[in-house]
Design a binder for this molecule. Sequence first.
Ligand code: 5AD
Ligand code: SF4
Length: 433
Amino acid sequence: MEKTYKILTYGCQMNVHESEKIAGLLEREGYTCTENDFADVVVLNTCCVRESAETRILGNLGILKKTKEQHPEMKIIVCGCMTQADGAAERLQKRCPFLYAILGTHNLDKIPEILSENERHTHIEVSQTYAVKEDIPIARTSGINAWVNIMYGCNNFCTYCIVPYVRGRERSREKKRVIADVKALVEQGYKQITLLGQNVNSYGHDLIDKNSDFASLLRDLSEIDGKFRIKFMTSHPKDIQRETILALSSGEKLSHFLHVPAQAGSDRILKLMNRGYTAREYLNKVDMIRTIIPDAGLSGDIMVGFPTETEEDFADTLRLVQNARYDNLYTFIYSRRNGTPAAAMEGQVPISDKKHRIRELIATQAIVAEKQAAQAVGKQFEILCSEYRDGKLIGETACGKAVVFDGKADLVGKFFPVRIIKHKNSKLYGVIQ
Ligand code: 5AD
Ligand code: SF4
């Protein structure tokens, strides 16, 4: 009988792509994907950046426990960030003894091997070494977009963030491997390639070949034959180099969209966060980007309620948001993560303050985003059409603006000009030219 699998993914794009690797490994073993409640193998690819993700995962494990009572043969595997924190795997096993396996962020490739064993106890494998692993099969699920890791891990140790502890230090993939991957994906027909790294601007620092920095990677990638677009994320503001922005402005296949998290607008809070820049320095980087690439699209991450954040600090954040003129902003309430320096700081902010600040932040950004959208009306852009949904086409400009327009489903995956005719709040509507 056909063996089935199901993957539940939590967290960032890095995890979405890692789940494609888990799917690739399972499909190689003869499993097929199912949407049913029951599957022979259920994998939870977890996130622990904020407490809310962990709560959702534990809630889902409660539901899966019930399904397993009806189907005892179901194998439930928990992997990814949540398992990697100190003592987390053991705590999880105690709480959920019905788990088949618990695997760390660097042990996903063990899935086929452990599935062939018939152990009765939970299989735990959480390694603390993080070598770059190549040649894992990938079952891609993102339509015309393909994700490509260019680096793993992070060296920045922002004081609120658990990522460096669960994903290890920065390791870059060799440039020639990244180029070979992108070439192959373009040949297979993918139209948008998104390069992934916690901090793409420090790509190559750890490689022996000193010509492998991010700017040179972008230049080399834009010389690959074919009609396609290269995107990337995430850019740490302190590491954005003029050279990279110049490479972006001249490479015709390179997206003009940058995701540049600021996190806060108060210099005192930025210092406590260990971000390595002041609000002025951040805005200077944004100015540099817009001077070199006037049509650049910008998104960011902002966190409210970091320990000791006052109303004055928060007012600085609102000012930064207005000055940065984000097209799109991801907003977060600070979440205390055990083992990070910020978790031990005095002056944790009450939840009621965090909630009113996030509401105000969202309202401020809504006005900024609407103004940004209004500026696009009347302009014409080359669109890459990515999706046909509810009778409408959805596409993206090179500067990262999403546009909705009428047309036939067979336009998905094609590039063509669209003129923006109106906006509703921050949403853009266009017509094919
Ligand atoms: N609490 C809330 N948000 C966080 N982020 C990272 N760590 C935390 C935390 N402890 C946010 C940051 C980061 C994004 C991916 O998640 O804004 O840029
Ligand atoms: Fe976390 Fe900071 Fe690294 Fe981003 S740069 S992953 S916020 S430590």
